[in-house]
Ligand binder design. Structure first.
Ligand SMILES: [Fe+2]
Length: 209
């Protein structure tokens, strides 16, 4: 059985201009923590099922596993990539963005437009299968993203992430978020994963032939 632990905020709760200390505290201590708690409960239930052989509640447990695990991952990336001033440095990530989107402006615009319409997250991800960057719209935590895509930058647009600070003005929250991205951290994350090769069926078939 696996046990997951709540990671602390990587900086003081009052150090993100545009996102209040109150929202950071509630978001981290209540919402994010609930995903860790939920994921650990799933592990305990699976352990009991393996022991008892009673799998009758498995469907609900598996849906909860996906929900809580994805919630954990996306929140941890969300906070880890903040703390900067929103300026993108030259380098491998910027070059890849220009290759895949035509310009950094195109990428940042698409990322924000997705954030305006999503019910969960806007995600800049690197797909280890096709080796391209994509922006995905994920409702809740675990929908509409293909296997092999690794999140580089995640923007939480659940109401708990902004409503206390901005009310219905989600676009103002999105603008504030863009100004505190630490692109050096995003670039470092990109370099760490870009050489990972996820061989899906097309590549496997080619090798076998
Ligand atoms: Fe959240």
């Amino acid at each position: 059985m696996h046990t997951y632990e709540i990671k602390p905020l990587p900086y003081p709760a009052d150090s993100t201009p545009g996102i209040s200390a109150q929202v950071n505290t509630w978001h981290h201590d209540i919402h994010y923590a609930s995903y860790i708690k939920g994921r650990n409960e799933v592990e305990q239930k699976l352990d009991k099922m393996r022991e008892s052989g009673d799998w009758s509640a498995l469907r609900g447990v598996k849906l909860a596993e996906s929900h809580h695990a994805s919630g954990q991952i996306l929140h941890e990336v969300f906070w880890d990539m903040l703390g900067g001033h929103g300026e993108m440095p030259e380098g491998d990530l910027k070059s890849q963005i220009i290759k895949d989107f035509g310009s950094t402006e195109n990428c940042l615009t698409e990322f924000q437009e997705v954030a305006k319409i999503s019910r969960g997250w806007s995600i800049l991800a690197y797909d280890t299968g096709d080796k391209n960057l994509h922006i995905y719209m994920t409702d809740f935590h675990d929908q509409a993203v293909p296997w092999g895509a690794i999140p580089l930058l995640t923007l939480d647009v659940w109401e708990h992430a902004y409503y206390h600070d901005y009310g219905p003005k989600r676009a103002d929250y999105i603008s504030a978020f863009m100004k505190i991205i630490d692109w050096n951290k995003v670039a470092t994350r990109f370099i760490g994963i870009k050489n990972f090769k996820f061989a899906y069926s097309a590549e496997v078939a080619t090798k076998a032939g």
